[in-house]
Design a binder for this molecule. Structure first.
Ligand code: HGY
Ligand code: MN
Ligand code: MN
Length: 414
């Protein structure tokens, strides 16, 4: 059976080109949401949308849309989305692959004279990574009605900037109301960012659910004192207390025999001097689990440990919630469509859970959707070593093409 195929040279070339945009003085890829470097990526993406002859729209939270109306007119669109903001010292595929493959699918169909029964839209959502502004996925969260846009625009970043001011400064404070197009269906193509597909030698993942996420910021207050003269018994050491929390979280997750994961990704001491016992430790806790009850159990266990710690170490503890998203189940008929599309191309496909958060989990609030994964070499991501082979990248984009055609024609595959 002959299949349509995307233009692999164009897709791979754009992934490489976007991957070179927003590098810092040390050559690291850092395109944090609403930053000058991200603006460069946004501008380049919009130039590709215009080259493809798409209508470009930007909403009030800075989400970018490339719209192909086809003959679809007033019908609800098929939306293909992801993000182009990155973490610090990122790889070039996370998010960008899905956005550029979405554009490639539209451009392939347009070039071929395909006439979709409904509009097809590619979306790049703001601040998916949440590194500069919490919570993560704020653009798709606002788009799906999970957070009021005015409130979101007031979000203060880790650098003290305000999201709304930064979007205006880089020229991406759009005018469209978030949610101005409710998708008929949503599909997101993404690198797995984990080891499962590669370990099992499977080229395609049909993602049927996504785990819950809990982000908290913990502040521990002790007493600064002299590192040389203060006996251990007299210390109220915020640094030591923080270390106890990190080992508590890791040991508990490791001993649990469940998919629970816990990460302390950011930490800062005050006054942060070699010979001063830290008076304050501020750090983040990222807890995840595919099961909501277990995730709540982990949050409760942490809260109980912090109380015990406060009593034992004589330190003050305060916690700020930064993000909390329940686990999400995707649309079974679209998951099935992905499996059939892979089978029709002779590709093995595995149903799986997403360990990472994605815009798809937010858009699932307003439309049926699912995700397609391709393997990550060594399961590495959020790291410049992030890599997916050209073969897998192209295969994933062709599966996306087939799934979008199936959704656009209503001809669900055999
Ligand atoms: O944190 C996440 O899972 C996503 O990369 N924002
Ligand atoms: Mn991502
Ligand atoms: Mn990411």
């Amino acid at each position: 059976m002959s299949h349509r195929s995307i233009d692999s040279t164009r897709l791979l070339g754009r992934i490489a080109e976007l991957g070179a945009i927003g590098r810092d003085a040390e050559g690291r890829l850092v395109r944090l949401a609403a930053s000058d470097s991200e603006k460069l990526g946004r501008d380049r993406f919009i130039s590709w949308l215009e080259e493809a002859g798409l209508e470009v729209a930007v909403d009030r939270i800075g989400n970018i849309f490339g719209i192909w109306n086809g003959m679809g007119g007033g019908e609800k669109p098929i939306m293909i989305g992801s993000h182009i903001d990155t973490v610090i010292n990122a790889g070039i595929y996370d998010g960008c692959y899905g956005v550029l493959a979405g554009l490639e699918v539209i451009q392939t169909l347009k070039d071929e004279g395909f006439e979709p029964s409904r509009p097809i839209v590619v979306a790049a959502f703001t601040n998916e990574e949440g590194v500069r502004y919490a919570p993560d996925m704020i653009g798709s969260l606002v788009y799906s009605g999970g957070l009021d846009v005015a409130e979101a625009l007031e979000t203060v970043g880790t650098d003290g900037t305000v999201l709304g001011d930064e979007l205006a400064r880089i020229g991406y404070a759009g005018s469209h109301a978030p949610g101005f197009m409710i998708p008929h269906a949503y599909v997101e193509l993404h690198i797995e960012q984990g080891p499962v597909l590669e370990r099992q030698g499977v080229p395609v993942g049909a993602v049927e659910n996504l785990q819950g996420i809990s982000w908290q910021k913990v502040t521990i207050d002790g007493d600064a004192n002299h590192a040389g003269t203060t006996p251990i018994s007299m210390r109220r050491d915020a640094g030591y207390a923080a270390a106890r929390v990190i080992t508590f979280l890791r040991d508990r997750a490791k001993a649990s025999n469940t998919p629970t994961v816990a990460t302390v990704g950011c930490i800062a001491f005050e006054p942060n001097a070699i010979n001063v016992i830290p008076s304050r430790a501020t750090f983040t806790v990222d807890l995840r689990d595919p099961d909501e009850d277990r995730l709540q159990e982990e949050e409760n266990a942490l809260a109980a440990f912090l109380e015990l710690l406060s009593a034992e170490e004589g330190v003050g503890v305060s916690v700020e919630r930064l993000a909390r998203f329940e686990p999400v189940k995707f649309d079974q008929s679209i998951v099935h469509l992905i499996e059939v599309a892979a089978r029709d191309r002779g590709l093995a496909c595995k149903r799986m859970t997403s360990g990472a958060g994605h815009d798809a989990q937010m858009i699932a609030r307003i439309a049926p959707g699912a995700m397609i994964f391709v393997p990550s070499r060594g399961g590495i991501s959020h790291n410049p070593k992030e890599f997916t082979s050209d073969t897998d990248l192209v295969a994933g984009a062709n599966i996306l093409l087939d799934v979008v055609c199936g959704l656009a024609t209503g001809e669900l595959p055999r």
